[in-house]
Design a protein around this ligand. Structure first.
Ligand code: ARG
Length: 464
């Protein structure tokens, strides 16, 4: 196929170089955005008297028919084309003749690709947001069912203080809510139109960039033509947002994997989201969670790859930038797939409350509450801490636990101990008495549940 830029060349492009140069096998994804951008561009050219209204009509009809035919499967994108922009333009000229050649007036592939990518990412961000909201919904539901599930809370992966499973899950709801807002932020900065920057220096035609931007739903235009064609910050931001989502998913995955182990036995994943072993008959592996954790590295790679590709690039466009798309597409697709699998995996996960409670009953998880008991009776916290440390050490030595240690032993450590201490250090009390805002106490958890519910309702309302 003759290249659109063939005029200056005598010889043909080497076959391997042609292949190496081509981006059609990945940028064909952006066909709809490319065509929508061209439609807006043609309308602007006509409005400004740069092309005639009649030509604009023919071009628009041609573009619409290409879009419809790709969508209904009658037109296959030609993988021999250099990229999606060249393909659409060539197809247009094939369909409507020389008029099609007027479309590229006052435009370059440099601003065109920057436009397409912004449009594409803006659309995909909506899909990611939907995935995040479904996950938050699943978390909210699981948390609501588990406000009474007492489990050990950990620091350093050592049993620390009793918490409820609801509190633990809601921590993730907060993370994913931040991700939704980070995504909105990313889109907000991305949502300006670079079209009309042309190759790098703008154009001598009396274009109206604002008109194109408005037609495509952008909040404004990029203010500097060289920045317009060479800025890929929005890709980096998008991948960074994706990386943070993956980091959250990965931490969650790691916990689910741990909780599913025999050693923890806190949860059981549904058969639908686990796999067996080809040799060990007893195995039930959390492959989905492990894959999500594994794919996190891949999305980080997409981010670092893009940052590294851009580092040191002189202004304005360089072909290096063609490499942005595979990373960004991969990052987005990976996040979407991970979110899609995560929500149902979580919803169908069985929670073994008894095992959680049993684990919480071991390991002196109520030692802080015992120290607080003395503090509330007037002893300075640091002194109480020391006394309880001594009691724990004695228990460990004698194979005892705090709940059943006799009163006379307690009295030997402090006269302040009385019978009510047993009630005070029971797991239920430890949780119930947590009254601070954001804590694991039942009221504070209810506040969080209400907050997440209101958030989801508001999001659902604003989507319609
Ligand atoms: N396929 C190219 C890309 O993705 C489109 C822009 C080409 N521009 C150019 N000056 N060769 O970056």
């Amino acid at each position: 196929m003759e290249k659109m830029w063939a005029g200056r060349f005598v010889g043909a492009l080497d076959r391997m170089a042609d292949d190496f140069n081509s981006s059609i096998h990945f940028d064909s994804k952006m066909y709809a955005q490319d065509i929508k951008g061209s439609l807006a561009h043609a309308a602007m050219l006509a409005a400004q008297g740069i092309i005639t209204d009649a030509d604009c009509d023919v071009i628009s009809e041609g573009l619409e028919s290409i879009l419809a035919d790709i969508e209904n499967g009658t037109l296959a994108i030609d993988m021999e084309a250099e990229d999606i922009h060249m393909f659409v333009e060539a197809e247009l000229t094939k369909r409507i003749g020389d008029v099609g050649k007027r479309l590229h007036t006052a435009r370059s592939r440099n601003d065109q690709v920057a436009l397409d990518l912004r449009l594409y990412l803006r659309d995909e961000a909506k899909v990611i947001e939907k995935g995040l909201l479904s996950l938050i919904t699943a978390i909210h539901e699981k948390a609501s069912e588990n406000t009474d599930a007492i489990m050990p809370g950990y620091t350093h992966l050592q049993r620390a203080q009793p918490i409820t499973f609801a509190q633990h899950l809601l921590a993730y709801a907060m993370m994913f809510m931040r991700d939704v807002s980070r995504l909105a932020d990313t889109v907000k900065r991305m949502n300006v139109s670079p079209l009309g920057s042309c190759a790098l220096a703008g154009t001598t035609y009396p274009t109206n960039r604002k008109m194109v931007a408005d037609a495509l739903g952008f909040d404004g235009i990029t203010e500097n033509s060289m920045d317009g064609v060479s800025d890929r910050d929005f890709c980096v931001e998008m991948l960074s947002t994706c990386s943070i989502i993956m980091m959250h998913l990965s931490r969650f995955s790691e916990e689910i994997i741990l909780w599913s182990s025999w050693e923890f036995g806190f949860v059981e994943l549904s058969d639908a989201y686990t796999t067996g072993s080809s040799i060990m008959p007893q195995k039930k592996n959390s492959d989905m969670a492990e894959l999500v954790r594994g794919k996190t590295g891949r999305v980080y790679g997409d981010l670092i790859g893009t940052l590294t590709m851009l580092k040191g690039l002189p202004l304005a466009y360089n072909k290096d930038m063609q490499e942005d798309k595979e990373s960004v597409f991969d990052g987005i697709e990976t996040v979407q797939k991970c979110l899609d699998i995560f929500a149902p995996m979580l919803s169908t996960m069985k929670v073994k409350k008894e095992n959680m409670r049993e684990a919480a009953g071991k390991g002196f998880i109520n030692a802080t509450d015992l120290a607080d008991y003395l503090t509330k009776k007037g002893m300075p916290f640091r002194s109480a801490y020391k006394i309880v440390g001594g009691i724990v050490a004695a228990c460990i030595q004698g194979g005892k636990i705090l709940e059943t240690l006799p009163m006379e032993t307690y009295k030997g450590f402090s006269e302040l101990f009385e019978d009510d201490l047993y009630e005070e250090i029971s797991l239920d009390t430890c949780v119930k008495k947590r009254i601070s805002a954001g804590s694991t106490g039942p009221e504070a958890v209810q506040v969080q549940l209400d907050l997440v519910k209101a958030y989801l309702e508001e999001k659902a309302a604003s989507c319609h």
